[in-house]
Design a binder for this molecule. Structure first.
Ligand code: SAM
Length: 154
């Protein structure tokens, strides 16, 4: 994994066949209690802060060109052992893969967030639905808005 193109930047990380996750940041939201958290984020929700850790801060280069980003996070306070669930709002049961419940074998949450600003290693966004302190796994430009507002210069 040492072949890189000119101007690319590499950091030490794991081999592709190592499936252990490395958290790349932390999400700061107003919600400390699960019951206060929205079930899905709303674009007019409160401003939240996504903090990206080193050595991944340079990976934000160009993200400011997008209005919408996809945020992937690890629902770290979730149980992982239910295959059939009874969501609180109904008396019906559903298989885990028919739900967006945080309770899943690998509790990965995804949300489309509105990017308000980039302040160094911090992204200010609206539209999140996770508790304060939730670990960040990845960030991507929204797939529908894959072309940036203005193409990056390099
Ligand atoms: N938007 C994501 C998705 O669809 O993949 C997550 C949806 S899940 C229904 C959101 C709920 O997960 C919140 O309302 C809250 O109850 C719970 N939750 C939020 N942050 C969590 C965390 N860090 N650990 C466990 N549960 C969490």
């Amino acid at each position: 994994m040492s072949d890189i193109r000119p101007h690319e930047i590499m950091v030490p990380t794991s081999d592709p066949d190592d499936a252990r996750l490395r958290f790349i940041g932390r999400i700061h939201t107003p919600w400390t209690d699960r019951k206060d958290c929205p079930r899905q984020g709303k674009q007019d929700g409160p401003e939240c802060r996504i903090e990206v850790f080193e050595p991944w801060v340079p990976a934000l280069k160009g993200i400011e060109d997008y209005d919408q980003i996809e945020v992937l996070y690890w629902l770290d306070r979730s149980r992982r052992d239910l295959v059939v669930q009874n969501p609180g709002h109904t008396d019906k049961t559903f298989g885990t893969f028919a739900l967006r419940s945080p309770v899943r074998p690998n509790p990965i949450g995804t949300v489309g967030a509105k990017l308000i600003s980039v302040e160094g290693p911090n992204l200010i966004v609206r539209g999140l639905d996770c508790m304060n302190g939730t670990p960040l796994i990845d960030l991507k430009p929204d797939r529908c808005a894959f072309s940036p507002k203005a193409a990056p210069k390099d």
